[in-house]
Design a protein around this ligand. Sequence first.
Ligand SMILES: [Zn+2]
Length: 67
Amino acid sequence: MSEKVQIPQHNHCRTCGKAFIGTERYCSDECASKNKGEINKKKKELYVLFGVLMVIMIIAIVAGMVI
Ligand SMILES: [Zn+2]
């Protein structure tokens, strides 16, 4: 009989990379909220970038009208 070592179903935390047993994406609520905060930060950065681009476009259009 061949013996098989059963590896329990485990995941790696998306924030700290720690292995844990379960089907969640994060090892703890702390890591989950930490990751969410980082995603929100990146979203905000994207909005700021988009806003700056819009302002530049508006300035370019207004400058084109004036000149
Ligand atoms: Zn974690």
